[in-house]
Ligand binder design. Structure first.
Ligand code: ASP
Ligand code: MG
Length: 413
């Protein structure tokens, strides 16, 4: 079971979480619980780091930001004990959850769950702070923002859980953000690949890495609400959205819509380098240094060379990496050989996702037509087998999502 920040924000909410956990144990399950920090806490801690030093040491950043989850794991164990359950916290280094040493964005390498499993078998509920691990150096690491989801899936895989229930402030995965489209529908099932695409394009329900890990490890994940009454349907009846493999989906849901979901992502910034010479190695000179600095580039467009053998290259990076990207490219202005660097962080990426697209033509053209009819300009396009994404002006995000939800006939009652 995993509980997010809003579910853990304060005494009353943690008490409710404790009751939900107690009920699962009473239903006959051995339970491991992964918790997030209280909502807003990690942001608060990150701010302290930035104030201390804008170029802070990521290892010390981890020491600071990992503390949020330490607090909630201890508190949940106390609440469970108050209900008469046996429970204890297991910090990242105690389990241990072994990661690499890429501080602030560490990857889990191995979880040695033996001691924890023995404790669970004796009836003790294991409470694990999400987001944190331990590097080979023995220092605390964190997994990147939203990393508790990944912790939960990794723990589920390590203990060979029947299911990984991710409790959050929504009751499942929707066709799109219900705050933008009132007619958004809750999905009963979604495939790993669809969820991966939706997560990577801004549907904030789960961290992307948690979904790829679940797919790789075959962990069955349910997304469901923690804001429920004591007589709400039990988690075992699957009241939320199940994330499953393609094969499992085929048995579950024959009559699926062509498009499963639409997501909007305002966290990318667009950079254009103008008048780069059209020669082998030009783009390698741009993206090599970005890769070395661990900056994830998403959309990339290279224009056809103009008569002078020059071309413009446009790409997107996370807004949080924009300043670093600009600095890196500025330093290499002469080696890369560009004329100007333009950037714009007021963009949004809108994506339509669905495994149904594999066997249907016309998905992209429906999108372009619907946006054109509303006068929305497309600045960049990328596609995958099950996704079409476009980059548009940030101010048109909500309009675009609504228009597309209707265009693909996804509106519910
Ligand atoms: N507390 C961390 C964050 O806010 C990790 C998480 O909640 O998933 O990013
Ligand atoms: Mg989260």
């Amino acid at each position: 079971m995993k509980f997010g920040g809003t579910s853990m924000a304060g005494t009353e909410r943690i008490r409710r979480v404790a009751r939900i956990v107690q009920r699962q144990q009473a239903a006959g399950h051995e339970v491991a619980v992964v918790v997030s920090a209280m909502a807003g806490e990690t942001d608060r801690l990150v701010n302290f780091c930035r104030e201390a030093n804008p170029l802070y040491d990521p290892a010390e950043y981890d020491v600071v930001v990992a503390s949020g989850e330490q607090v909630t794991s201890g508190l949940l164990a106390m609440h469970l004990q108050a209900l008469g359950c046996k429970a204890r916290s297991w910090l990242g280094w105690q389990v241990p959850i072994k990661t690499d040493d890429a501080h602030a964005k560490a990857r889990i390498e191995d979880i040695d769950a033996e001691a924890m499993l023995a404790s669970m078998a004796s009836g003790e509920i294991a409470v694990i702070p999400g987001f944190q691990g331990v590097a080979p150096t023995g220092r605390v690491t964190t997994l990147g923002r939203g990393g508790s989801d990944t912790s939960a899936v990794a723990v589920a895989a390590a203990v060979k859980a029947d299911r990984c229930d991710i409790y959050t402030d929504v009751d499942g995965v929707y066709t799109t953000d219900p705050r933008i489209v009132a007619k958004a529908r809750k999905l009963k099932n979604v495939t790993y690949e669809e969820m991966l695409e939706l997560a990577s394009v801004g549907s904030k329900v789960l961290q992307t890495r948690s979904v790829s890990l679940a797919m790789k490890e075959g962990v069955r994940v349910q997304v469901l609400s923690s804001f429920i009454d004591d007589d709400a349907p039990a988690a075992d009846t699957i009241p939320g959205t199940m994330i499953v493999s393609d094969e499992e989906l085929e048995g579950l849901d024959m009559e699926r819509q062509l498009i499963t979901g639409i997501a909007a992502d305002k966290n990318e910034a667009k950079i254009t380098l103008t008048r780069i010479s059209d020669r082998p190695g030009a783009v390698a000179a741009i993206f090599g240094p970005l890769a070395a600095a661990n900056i994830n580039v998403d959309m990339i467009i290279q224009n056809i060379a103009k008569d002078k053998g020059e071309t413009d290259v446009t790409f997107t990076v996370p807004i949080s990496d924009l300043a670093r990207t600009q600095a890196l490219l500025e330093e290499r202005k002469d080696t890369i050989g560009y004329y100007r660097m333009l950037s714009n962080s007021k963009v949004a990426k809108i994506s339509v996702v669905g495994v149904g697209m594999r066997s249907h033509a016309g998905v992209a053209s429906t999108m372009f037509r619907a946006l054109a009819d509303r006068g929305i300009n497309i600045q960049a396009i990328t596609t995958s087998e099950i996704k079409v994404s476009v980059l548009i002006d940030e101010d048109e995000t909500e309009l675009a999502v609504r228009v597309l939800h209707t265009a693909y006939e996804m509106d519910g009652e």
